[in-house]
Design a protein around this ligand. Structure first.
Ligand code: ADP
Ligand code: MG
Length: 704
């Protein structure tokens, strides 16, 4: 071996004298604390190529040489540098290993592993060199590096075999922390489970990183024998002993955009129908839901996060909620968005990980330390979190979600752990109605297990109902069957049992269900827009949005009436308009952007906040969920029809042909509903598919 402390001394004096002096100054001023000397791997290569090679192959020995070498390097302060750590950064590319590609050949080698921090334990002192007293009073020192405390075999002086007592004040301890890093969610192919790696950190590397951070950890891969119920097995568990941490820039974007990509992006932007094209590229195998897909498109591009001159932080992320009947493709939509969104994390309200949606402090099963584990929303920082069945969320998560949706942070204060984690993500959530099916006459708030205050944090909410409608049903069925048909042909062709279908034929049948923009390019287009485009409101757009806002607020003249739109919706409009401009990679938010998003917001409000009887938009229906008298009337009429239907069908038997209008009017009047109102309600119920007329002037309920 070429490496020895003298060579390292030479290296430090030639290449790092200034840094060594600064380190000495820091140690003199702060005592303990930061004791790291960061060394660029390239510098070692330039100094002596063989030393660099030895460092990669035999890192434990070579790093010990480097540490000794640093100790004996002169410094301007003339202080003792023992205990300072040389930390190697910027390892060569071939040493950057993906977590899932770690193999036995990497054990004992210096490697770099990149990932997102999923879990951290408390920082606790750990014994490095244990001092033990034998029964005769002799002191023995034993180096500690495993998971269990190692005692002396026998006393070096008197040869007694024990018992030995640990003397903490004579032992050497250092802070230690265990962390778990995980592969980037965006690099996983649909449905793949992320793989993780445990890392052990010592001394001034502890307490530096938080869950959700994206890091490169350089270190030595160690292996421990795996134990199954206290029995040793021949299987090894691996753990990385960290030598240095490189925290990746917050603005770091992992999606690489080449010159060619950029050309493709800029030519795509020229398309006058770019927005529609993108909308059609979102989940093309799902029929309809144009407004929903438009909203998702805007959500992918996102508004701009900003800090107002008074220091108020305003999120740019757009939150969207889909509420609806079972089987209307909500989950399917979420899964598709997961595939195309850069940094998408998919989870269900029930919480697939231990930490659930947000973050929790738990006792570690390995060494009993308190551990902070990031949940889906922290892992989705700077991306999009897809939460299916959000209504089934644990109560712990509900409170945290409020914080995430406005402040975009998760605070954890439990046991020894106090942390504020970043969760700057957009949320696309789906919820099923409490009672199985969605009832458009009952406020959303009453039908899903989400509080009005949480609901009001969504910029857009859509209801997806599964109403029978012959034309639409036929279209959906045709669309679904065509998707399946193409799938069948592709399956057949892949298994090579037939050549009867030409590629042209398959292409032509696939067209309606193929995304217009290739998902790979779309991801890059979105990443490019978010990185490069920061649009500003034009005067016209500003005026148009104000005009819309004021007109909506004035639309209900009656002073007692609810306010149709609140400042929350106004902020939503601005975010959406910013996203709309970003879709065109435009620096200016035009009046067309304003119109575009006003149309979407109007559609959303008409679904969730439209008083079914007055046809007026009433945001209180969403925000407060108060039952309105009109809605009560509709429910009354529905009840009357159901009652009469039962009574009359028994009474009349075979000759029964529905409840006569007159009977309904009469009974409704008994409940204080005037005839004219009842007539309106009947026609509405008929149109909405709640009742049908088996015979003119006769009604029967549609039971679902
Ligand atoms: P949900 O989560 O709303 O209960 P799913 O996403 O599980 O529903 O959808 C059920 C199935 O019905 C899926 O296979 C989906 O593709 C299909 N489906 C429902 N509505 C549509 C639609 N409009 N277009 C295409 N497929 C649909
Ligand atoms: Mg579902």
């Amino acid at each position: 071996m070429r490496s020895d402390p003298e060579i390292w001394k030479e290296f430090f004096e030639t290449y790092y004298q200034d840094e060594v002096n600064r380190l000495a100054l820091r140690i003199r001023d702060n005592g303990s604390g930061d004791k790291s000397l960061f060394i660029n791997f390239t510098d070692i290569s330039i100094f002596r190529h063989e030393i660099a090679e030895e460092l990669l192959e035999y890192p434990a020995e070579v790093l010990a040489h480097a540490e000794k070498g640093l100790e004996i390097t002169d410094n301007s302060q003339g202080i003792d540098l023992s205990g300072a750590h040389p930390r190697i950064i910027n390892l060569p590319i071939p040493r950057k290993i993906d977590i899932r590609n770690l193999r036995s050949g990497h054990i004992g080698k210096l490697i770099a592993v990149e990932g997102i921090v999923r879990k951290i334990t408390e920082v606790r002192p750990k014994i490095i060199l244990g001092a033990f007293r034998c029964p005769e009073g002799h002191i023995n020192y034993v180096e500690q590096n495993g998971g269990k405390l190692r005692e002396p075999h026998e006393c070096i002086e008197c040869r007694r075999k024990g018992p030995f007592y640990l003397i903490p004040e004579k032992s050497i301890t250092a802070d230690s922390q265990r962390v778990k890093i995980q592969e980037y969610p965006e690099n996983l192919k649909g449905g793949e489970q992320p793989q993780t790696l445990d890392v052990i950190l010592h001394d001034d590397l502890t307490g530096v990183i938080n869950p959700g951070d994206r890091v490169i950890i350089n270190g030595i891969l160690m292996a421990n024998v795996r134990k199954v119920s206290h029995q040793k097995t021949p299987v090894m568990d691996i753990i990385l002993e960290g030598n240095s941490i490189e925290i990746l820039e917050q603005e770091y974007e992992e999606l690489e955009i080449t010159k060619e990509d950029e050309e493709a992006i800029l030519s795509l932007k020229e398309d006058p129908h770019i927005f529609d094209k993108i909308v059609r590229s979102i989940s093309p195998s799902i029929y309809g839901y144009e407004e929903v897909k438009k909203s998702i498109a805007l959500q992918l591009f996102s508004g701009l996060p900003k800090v107002l001159p008074d220091g108020t932080r305003i999120r740019g992320d757009i939150h969207v909620l889909l509420v609806g009947d079972p089987g209307v493709a909500k989950s399917q939509l979420l899964r598709y968005v997961h595939r195309i969104a850069p940094r998408g994390v998919y989870t269900t309200g029930k919480g697939t990980t231990y930490a659930g949606l947000t973050a929790t402090a738990v006792k570690d099963e390995f060494d009993g330390r308190w551990t902070l584990e990031a949940g889906a929303l922290v892992m989705a920082d700077k991306g999009i979190a897809l939460i299916d069945e959000i209504d089934k969320m644990r109560t712990d998560d509900v409170g945290a979600l409020h914080e995430v949706m406005e402040q975009q942070t998760v605070s954890v204060a439990k046991a020894g752990i106090n942390a504020i984690l970043k969760a700057r993500c957009a949320i696309l959530a789906a919820a099923n109605p409490k009672y199985g099916r969605f009832d458009k006459y009952v406020p959303i708030g009453d039908q899903i297990n989400l509080s009005p205050s949480l609901l009001s944090r969504f910029d857009l909410i859509f209801t997806l109902t599964d109403d029978p409608d012959e034309y639409r049903d036929r279209d959906i069925a045709t669309h679904i069957l065509n998707s399946h048909y193409v799938g069948e042909i592709l399956q057949k062709m892949n298994s090579l049992v037939t050549t009867e279908y030409s590629q042209d034929y398959v292409d032509s049948r696939s067209r309606p269900i193929m995304p217009e923009i290739d998902p790979e390019l779309l991801r890059k287009y979105i990443a490019y827009a978010k990185r490069m485009v920061f649009p500003v409101l034009s005067e016209e757009a500003k005026e148009r949005i104000i005009e819309f806002y004021v007109s909506m607020r004035n639309s209900v003249k009656d002073a007692k009436s609810a306010i149709p739109i609140t400042a929350r919706q106004l902020e939503a409009l601005v975010r959406l308009a910013e996203a709309s401009a970003r879709v065109r990679l435009s620096d200016i938010i035009t009046i067309e952007d304003a119109e575009n998003v006003i149309q979407i917001v109007r559609k959303c409000l008409s679904q969730i906040a439209l008083d079914p009887e007055t046809q007026q938009i009433d945001i209180d229906i969403l925000a407060v969920g108060t039952p309105k008298s009109q809605r009560d009337r509709i429910i009354t009429i529905k009840g009357i029809i159901r009652e009469l239907d039962q009574e009359l069908s028994i009474e009349l038997g075979k000759s029964y042909r529905g409840v006569p209008e007159e009977e309904i009017f009469r009974r409704a009047e008994d409940h204080g509903v005037p005839r004219e109102r009842t007539r309106e309600i009947l026609s509405r119920l008929n149109k909405d598919g709640e009742v049908y007329t088996p015979h003119p002037g006769h009604y029967r309920p549609i039971e679902r």
